[in-house]
Design a protein around this ligand. Structure first.
Ligand SMILES: Nc1ncnc2c1ncn2[C@@H]1O[C@H](COP(=O)(O)OP(=O)(O)O)[C@@H](O)[C@H]1O
Ligand SMILES: CC(=O)N[C@@H](CCC(=O)OP(=O)(O)O)C(=O)O
Length: 302
C-alpha cells in the first residue's frame, strides 16, 4: 500500500471499526427512529436522514421510521383558516382539523420521506396506524389542573398490532409510519403525538433502541435558562423529572420512559438539525444528546 493510501484510508478503517460494537449489538435488531417535524428543516437534512436510515438497513439493522409533522400541520391548518391550539403538549383536534392532520401526515410528510428513502432502492413502504390495525386508540382526555379536558380527536393508544411492520421488515423493507390511529369503537381516526406513537411501537416491536430526532441537542437540565444537556439518565431519574418538563418535551420524555420500561434497551433524544445525527450517534463512543436507560442498566456504559 502506498504511504498516501495508508494515510487516507487507515483513519477511515479506524472510524468504521469504532462502530463495530454498536453494529454488532444492533445486528438484526429493530431500531425505531422518530423524525420530528421541527427537525425536518431543510432538504439537505432530510436527504442526509434518508442516507443514514438506508445505511442502517445495509448494515444489517431493521430501521422503522415514525415521523411527525407538527409545524407542517400548523401551516396547513393556517391555510385552511383553522387556529392551532395545544393543551398538555397535544394539538386540540376538531373533526375538520383531523382531516387536515391526516392529509398532511399521510399524504405529504410520509410521501416525501418514502420518496427520499426510495432514491436508494425499493425499501420504504409508508403506512399509518390505521393500516392493518397497526395502532388502535381511544379518545384521550388529559387532566389539566386536576380537571379532564376535551381536546377532540386525540387518541390514547390502547393496542399495537406489529404484524404489518414485521412482515415488511422480514421482506427487507423500511416501514415509514404516520402517527394516526384507528378507533375500535366509533369508525373514526385519531391524531396521536408522533413521539408517543414511536415509543409505543418501539416497545411493542421489542426494539433495541428508540432514537428521537428533534430540534434541540437533547434534554436540557434547566430549560430555557441553560443549554446544559443531560447526557444520561435512568428510567427512575427521568420519572422524577417528568412533572417539571414542559411543551414538546413532555410526550418525548414520557415516550422514552415508556419505551425503556417496555423493554427497549436505550431511548435517545438527539439533535436532528445536525447532518447525519443518526450516524454520529453510532460513530462516537459516548453518543450525543440524551440517553435514557432502564434502572438495571445503571453502571453499564454501553
Ligand atoms: N427541558 C427541555 N429541554 C429541551 N427542550 C425543551 C425542554 N422543555 C421544553 N423544550 C422544548 O421542546 C421542543 C421539542 O419538542 P417539539 O417542538 O414537540 O419537537 P418535535 O417536532 O421534534 O417533536 C424544543 O424545541 C424546546 O422548545
Ligand atoms: C396529538 C398531537 O399533538 N399530534 C401531533 C402529531 C404530529 C407530531 O407529533 O409531530 P411532531 O413530532 O413534529 O411534533 C400534531 O398534531 O402536531
Amino acid at each position: 500500500m502506498s504511504t498516501t493510501r495508508k494515510h487516507t484510508a487507515l483513519p477511515k478503517a479506524q472510524i468504521l471499526i469504532e462502530a463495530l460494537p454498536w453494529l454488532t449489538r444492533h445486528h438484526g435488531r429493530i431500531v425505531v427512529i422518530k423524525f420530528g417535524g421541527n427537525a425536518m428543516v431543510d432538504e439537505d437534512l432530510k436527504a442526509a436522514f434518508a442516507q443514514d436510515v438506508v445505511f442502517l438497513r445495509h448494515a444489517g439493522l431493521k430501521p422503522v421510521v415514525v415521523h411527525g409533522g407538527g409545524p407542517q400541520i400548523s401551516a396547513a391548518l393556517d391555510r385552511h383558516g383553522i387556529v392551532s391550539e395545544f393543551k398538555a403538549g397535544l394539538r386540540v383536534t376538531t373533526e375538520d382539523a383531523m382531516d387536515v392532520v391526516r392529509m398532511v401526515l399521510a399524504g405529504q410528510v410520509q410521501r416525501e420521506l418514502v420518496g427520499l428513502l426510495n432514491q436508494h432502492g425499493p425499501f420504504a413502504v409508508g403506512l399509518t396506524g390505521e393500516d392493518a390495525h397497526t395502532i388502535t386508540a381511544t379518545r384521550h382526555t388529559p387532566q389539566i389542573d386536576g380537571e379532564p379536558v376535551d381536546i377532540g380527536r386525540v387518541g390514547e393508544i390502547t393496542e399495537i398490532d406489529t404484524g404489518a411492520i414485521e412482515a415488511l421488515l422480514a421482506d427487507g423493507r423500511i416501514p415509514v409510519v404516520s402517527s394516526i390511529a384507528r378507533s375500535q369503537d366509533d369508525g373514526h381516526v385519531y391524531n396521536v403525538n408522533a413521539d408517543t406513537a414511536a415509543a409505543a411501537l418501539a416497545a411493542a416491536l421489542g426494539a433495541e433502541t428508540l432514537m428521537v430526532l428533534t430540534d434541540v441537542e437533547g434534554l436540557y437540565e434547566d430549560w430555557p435558562h441553560s443549554d446544559e444537556v443531560i447526557s444520561r439518565l435512568t428510567a427512575s431519574q427521568l420519572e422524577k423529572l417528568l412533572p417539571e418538563l414542559s411543551s414538546g418535551m413532555v410526550p418525548k420524555m414520557e415516550g422514552c420512559l415508556h419505551a425503556v420500561r417496555g423493554g427497549v434497551r436505550t431511548a435517545r433524544v438527539i439533535d436532528g438539525r445536525v447532518q447525519h445525527s443518526i450516524l454520529l450517534e453510532i460513530f462516537t463512543d459516548e453518543g450525543i444528546g440524551t440517553m435514557v436507560v432502564p434502572d438495571e442498566a445503571e453502571g453499564d456504559k454501553s
